[in-house]
Ligand binder design. Structure first.
Ligand code: ADP
Ligand code: AMP
Length: 215
């Protein structure tokens, strides 16, 4: 968990590549639903455009369905979920029913001025979801994804006006989740302003000490 632009997707992507864990990003799933013009996509579109949270029952159902797929049996990474206390309760209930539990909850800490630079410079691949930054992580060929050559896009909700609203939404709804998880002894706070590899190493070490599964 962490505010938009803190680097959650970047870290989840590296975990996915190096550890083979499925990367479950509710934002990515919702954006795909919007592109595919599904019923979920049509219901979520206006909330996402404005930087508001999509209603809990929609995202809870998305995550429940995704977690029931067999590739999650050996572990998974949730990115951008839960974002409200009600979602955290829904996740707890699902995990309890499935006889599963979380190994780690990672909170990304970063100053707002650093976030704004990250979000305005962020570019993403609409095909594979790879994340770039104009200054920090430019693609090899300008404007093209390193992996599949697709034309990179700027997310509509990375416009400065929407970004400020998303930060407010984070403070109001998601930041309180820290208390929900801090008590459980599975909670790690990382300084997300450090280089990508340093943040990764710290998370990997923590997860390894908790789960013993990652390399
Ligand atoms: P989130 O998933 O939390 O919204 P992203 O992973 O998409 O954030 O990262 C936001 C932007 O910041 C991207 O352009 C990414 O390349 C860049 N970024 C991510 N982690 C770092 C870091 N540790 N240092 C500098 N830039 C980063
Ligand atoms: P993200 O890609 O995580 O930045 O999410 C992009 C947008 O998708 C958010 O601004 C919300 O509109 C929506 N979204 C993603 N995850 C959730 C969630 N767990 N709860 C509600 N809305 C979400």
């Amino acid at each position: 968990m962490g505010p938009p632009g803190a680097g959650k997707g970047t870290q989840a992507q590296i975990f996915h590549e190096r550890q083979g864990l499925p990367h479950i990003s509710t934002g990515d799933i919702l954006r795909q639903a919007v592109r595919d013009d599904t019923e979920v996509g049509r219901r979520a579109f206006a909330y996402m455009r404005e930087g508001d949270l999509v209603p809990d029952e929609i995202v809870d159902e998305i995550v429940r369905t995704r977690l029931a797929e067999p590739d999650t049996a050996g572990g998974f990474i949730l990115d951008g979920y839960p974002r409200t206390l009600s979602q955290a309760d829904a996740l707890d209930a699902w995990l309890a029913r499935a006889g599963r539990s979380l190994d780690a909850v990672v909170s990304f800490e970063i100053r707002e001025e650093a976030l704004l630079r990250r979000l305005t410079g962020r570019r993403v691949c609409p095909v594979c979801g790879s994340i770039y930054h104009l200054d920090v992580k430019p693609p090899r060929v300008p404007g093209r994804c390193d992996l599949d050559g697709a034309e990179l896009i700027q997310r509509r909700d990375d416009a400065q006006s929407t970004v400020l609203h998303r930060l407010e939404v984070f403070r109001r709804w998601t930041a309180p989740l820290v208390d929900h998880y801090r008590r459980r002894g599975i909670f790690l706070t990382v300084n997300a302003e450090r280089p990508v590899v340093d943040v990764y190493d710290e998370i990997r070490e923590f997860v390894q000490s908790r789960a013993g599964r990652v390399r």
